[in-house]
Design a protein around this ligand. Structure first.
Ligand SMILES: Cc1cc2nc3c(=O)[nH]c(=O)nc-3n(C[C@H](O)[C@H](O)[C@H](O)COP(=O)(O)OP(=O)(O)OC[C@H]3O[C@@H](n4cnc5c(N)ncnc54)[C@H](O)[C@@H]3O)c2cc1C
Length: 297
């Protein structure tokens, strides 16, 4: 189906885009990679009267390491992150970027669009919530920085005002002796995962000093598995601790039965993904180079 007619505006800067959004009113939407918005418009689930295109804004896509953080311009494509040497120093970021859909979608879709979309099945939010991540937002009223933890309030809902843009995503570089991993289970490349698990562990020898575990696709927003984190924190990462974490994950998630699987299947899957991700995270924390990819049915 064709989208309903709309007016097209090409912004020359993010500031101009925010001003246009403010002037054009409720029916205007920013367009980034279009990999969520355009399909929704074709299905006529989204019917904006005005699209403000961000794709021609110079300098809005970049990956930089600065001041102990990795910074992503909102328009940075998943494929640019996949190929980035800077992002590869935080392997969980590479795990995520390389696993999103297929090459065509990764070449268009952006990290800023992905967070702004807040799709419960999206990969970036779950991964970045295991890191110290801030979102820098821009509106005609100026800039504000919000922790990612408070940015997504519900499925497809963020705290962005209608004339506010994601400008930059700032991820604090993980401390030495820590490691993370992100694993998703998918039926095929160009579909969203059935379930996914992001794990980040700070280790001191065999003991886990700190843990962050976030599950994707098993709730309306990414699920922070606080009890599972507690089961690992201060413990040796042995079978007992991992089993306790898996049990806590099963209790934390709230999946829906759908075409990807039953709720019970997804609960079991989330726990199994966490177990595998913990094993990779421990090895990476020791400094081992471990390649992982999403798991396909
Ligand atoms: C077949 C298919 C499979 C996919 N599979 C996956 C998958 O496995 N995992 C995954 O994570 N994603 C997947 N995606 C989605 C893809 O990752 C998109 O990149 C992402 O959802 C949105 O990014 P975008 O740049 O395309 O944003 P757009 O589609 O352009 O925009 C999405 C929404 O965010 C708003 N927006 C965009 N940029 C900004 C900004 N800078 N500031 C404020 N608002 C903004 C738009 O107005 C719109 O409401 C898939 C998409 C398709 C079509």
């Amino acid at each position: 189906m064709y989208p309903r007619p709309f007016h097209y505006h090409r912004a020359a800067s993010l500031k101009e885009a925010a001003t246009l959004l403010s002037q054009l009113g409720d029916d205007a939407k920013p367009l980034a990679g279009g990999q969520s918005l355009i399909p929704l418009m074709k299905l006529r689930f989204a019917n904006p009267s005005h699209l403000v295109d961000l794709n021609f804004v110079p300098g809005a896509a970049y990956i930089k390491e600065e001041g102990g953080s990795v910074r992503f311009g909102a328009l940075t494509r998943h494929s640019e992150i996949e190929k980035s040497g800077v992002a590869a120093r935080v392997p969980i970021l590479h795990d995520c970027a390389a696993g999103i859909a297929d090459a065509q979608i990764r070449n268009r879709g952006t990290i800023g669009g992905s967070l702004a979309e807040a799709d419960p099945s999206g990969d970036w939010a779950a991964v970045l919530l295991t890191q110290k991540t801030e979102v820098r937002c821009l509106s005609p009223r100026g800039e504000r920085t919000v922790p990612l933890a408070g940015f997504i309030s519900d499925a497809y809902t963020t705290l962005l005002e209608r004339d506010e843009l994601v400008r930059e995503i700032v991820v604090k570089s993980p401390e030495k002796g820590s490691g993370g991993a992100y694993l998703a289970f998918k039926r095929s490349a160009p579909v969203y995962p059935t379930a996914s698990a992001a794990v980040h562990l700070a280790m001191e020898g065999d003991i886990c000093k700190d843990a962050a575990i976030v599950l994707g696709c098993v709730g309306l927003v990414p699920v922070k598995a606080t009890a599972a984190e507690g089961a690992l924190r201060g413990s040796k990462i042995d079978d007992k601790a991992v089993t306790a974490a898996m049990e806590a994950v099963r209790a934390a998630v709230d999946p829906q039965s759908d075409m990807r699987g039953s709720a019970e299947y997804k609960r079991t899957l989330a726990a199994a993904l966490v177990k595998r991700a913990i094993a990779v995270a421990v090895r990476r924390a020791r400094g081992e180079r471990v390649e992982v990819s999403h798991i396909y049915a």
